[in-house]
Ligand binder design. Sequence first.
Ligand code: NA7
Length: 322
Amino acid sequence: MSSRSGGLSKGRFVTLARSPALRYKGPTMRMRIGFLGLGTMGEPIANNLRKAGHDLTVWNRTPSKADHIVSKGGKLARTPRECATGRDLVFTCLSDEKALDAVLDGEDGVLAALREGDVLVDMSTAGVRAARSIRERVSAKGARLLVSPALGSRAAAEKAQLVLVVGGPAEARERARPALHAVSARMFEQDDAVQAALLKLCVNSVMGAMITSFGEALALGAAGGLGVSRIVEVLQASPFHSPLYLMKGELVERKDFAPRFAIALAEKDQRLAQEAAEDLGARLPVNEVVRRLLAEAGGAGRADKDVAAVADLFLEWAGKKA
Ligand code: NA7
């Protein structure tokens, strides 16, 4: 199901929040897809494209992360350029702007492979400046850019239940639609790629504030003898409930901080939101604090751990380390 942007009445908001995920019922055709970036999110997304029957070629800086997909019939390219050559769609799902530049530029880069009419779909969260710069470089090749960051965890990616914000020219969105539907439950579309990048930053700013204030609340409760599950139970019965607290509360309780969404990436998102705010003349005082806290949690050896581990920092401060 696709949802176009527009004014939100109270009623419509409720409908959007509760409407069930609908699967794509349009035509599907086997596409030649190049996919670069097989990290926590990229690997399951690429794997779902393979499962949907597309002719998949992958590339990853650390080639061993392609082993599963290759064992199931996907092809491994030797360079980003080879991965992007002669494809109906090229996907990137990389950490940040630097990773994107490393993969896009140079003799062996993706841009060297792009031809007139090609479509590059960037699923990274790399911010507004990167979206603008990549759109320019892609357009210079006569190709088109879709910025399509994903909302959702690795578990949602594995189940093809991601929510996507897809921005870019309408014809490019039509070309990519069957593939995007194969990896997601819902799509929100923007005509402007840069606005899709901005929308993702808006959402992740909220997420950053939620996860840090959640960690703070767990530490406050723990300092007075309240357990994680009791706090989550009551929080979930309140009007402020969220699946985030259920998922992350369970991880804090199990002390399982394997990265579903790493602290370093969450901190990067706050930085990108600040950069966007700077360019757009907005102020983000909460975001500034959240970024500092995430940087501190990451600096204390937790950068590659899940954002749930931010609670660990607060618990440590309260003398109640998880
Ligand atoms: P991960 O699991 O950290 O994966 C990051 C991917 O980016 C992974 O494939 C990395 O390759 C790749 N990467 C990172 N730096 C580089 C450079 N310099 N050159 C080439 N490739 C690079 O992130 P997620 O999958 O959780 O998230 C991906 C995006 O979605 C990110 O923007 C999130 O905020 C949202 P590696 O395997 O390390 O060799």
